[in-house]
Structures are given as structure tokens and as C-alpha cells.
Design a protein around this ligand. Sequence first.
Ligand SMILES: Nc1ncnc2c1ncn2[C@@H]1O[C@H](COP(=O)(O)OP(=O)(O)OP(=O)(O)O)[C@@H](O)[C@H]1O
Length: 269
Amino acid sequence: MLELDRLGCGYRGRSVLRDISFELVAGELLCLLGPNGVGKTTLFKTILGLLPAQGGSIRLAGEPIVRWSRRRFARHVGYVPQAHTPPFPFRVRDVVAMGRCAHLGSFAAPGAHDRALAEAALDSLGIAGLAGADYTRISGGERQLVLIARALAQQPHILVMDEPTANLDYGNQLKVMAHVRDIAARGGMGVILTTHHPDHALLYGSRALVLDRAKRYAVGTPAEVITEAYLQDTYGVSTEIHDITRRNGLQSRLCVPAWGAPATAGRRA
Ligand SMILES: Nc1ncnc2c1ncn2[C@@H]1O[C@H](COP(=O)(O)OP(=O)(O)OP(=O)(O)O)[C@@H](O)[C@H]1O
């Protein structure tokens, strides 16, 4: 679906990442992890065509993205930016319906089908009750959910999400991750998202791309690339990664800090 080949990205006179190669395939959720300032958003902006590539290439459905018109690109690729406050007090249902813009003709307004997709996207995230609210008067986490709903209403083939769970409460973080994983798998959408939580990738990711401080990267299953050594070297914290058996018998892998618990906590009798 999306192929990066030795991609370089950065800003005028400043290289941020070099020689990044990976593919995003249909139905997968690829989690991108890395320390603050390493270049995750810069990589996304380059994939989205907002910054010119500094070498290498990006292909979408086998065709270099430089050959894609903006309109065709917008029909294929959805983007969830980090939450922002827009200057205009649109109603939430209109913000979500804007996700349908790339599918409409010039000057056309969203029709019944587009409105229904917008309402369904709000409903799927449990925020149908916000539909009539003013987008500038809802909380940061609610705005984040609305931006996710807008991207879902767009029904893209590829969804790029920049820290989609950053402002969300614990329950909404888990719901959004599970929901995105499920719609990727069911609908054949490829999703790439950034997260600062290794557990999000371990629990929900099909694959992970991890960047370290030296801007080296590795791509693989979350279990392959999110290791105690990676977390120690990259974040300077000691962690333990454990395989657990859930009550339903399924196996999961989780990361816990190796420090910080009271001396007596969890001590066996
Ligand atoms: N407009 C810009 N012009 C020049 N340099 C920039 C610009 N925006 C970001 N940078 C620099 O590019 C580098 C990568 O920034 P980027 O925002 O991609 O990091 P990130 O990995 O997304 O970080 P975070 O996890 O904190 O969101 C940083 O050193 C940052 O200072």
C-alpha cells in the first residue's frame, strides 16, 4: 500500500531522518515509537507531502506520491493530527462531515450518505452525544476523538495518526487502539500511528517501527523490536517485559518499570 525506500526527511538546511525504508500493508496497524524530537512527526509530514522528501522515494499503491494529485491522495490517505483548537466554532457533526470533502465534487455539500457516515463514526467512538456541540467548547480529549471520527468518516485506505491517544483518558486510549486495530483488520485499511506507550504497540500493533536516539531504526513485530535493551538505551529507564496469560487464556506481552514500586509491594509471602 505504502512503500518508503531510503527516505530522507527534514527541513530546509536540516536533515532529521535518513534512509528510512518500510512498507505499510493492508489490514495492519504499524506503531511508531521513538523519543521526543527524533523525527516522527517530520516523517509523517513527508509521507503526507507537506514536506518535500530529502532523498529516497515514497510510493502509494505502487505509484510515486509525487505523481498523485492532492485530491486523489486525500481520498486514499487520512490524517489525524495532534489535537488543535480551530478558530471557527463549527459544530462537531460538521467537523466530522468535513472528512468526506475529498469524496465530494467541487462546491458540493455533504449528502445524506456522507452525514450518515459521519454520525456512524461518532457513534463508533462513543461520542454521538457530542454531535451538536461546538467544537471549540469541548475538552482536548473530546477534540481528539472528533478528529479520529473525522478520519474514519473519510474511509481512507491508509490512516496516519500522530499520537492519537495523547489527550485521552485511560479507557478512551484502550478503546481507540482496539477500534483502530479492528477496523484496519476488518476493512483492509493500513494504519500507521505514533505512540509513546510501548504497551500500546505490544497489545495492539501488528508491527512496530522503533527509532532510537541515534536515529537508527528497526521494524518488526512489536515483540521483536520493543525490548528491554531498546527501552533502556532509548529512554534511559530500566524496564521488565513480561509475557502474561490472561483470564481468557490468551497470551499478552507487557512492559513494566523495573523501579518505582514500594520495597514491599508485590513481595511474595
Ligand atoms: N518547522 C521546523 N523547522 C525546523 N526544525 C523543526 C521544525 N519542526 C520540528 N523541527 C525539528 O525536527 C526534529 C524532529 O521533530 P519532530 O516534531 O518530527 O519530532 P517527534 O519525534 O515527532 O517528537 P515528539 O515525540 O516530541 O512529538 C526536532 O529536532 C525538531 O526541533
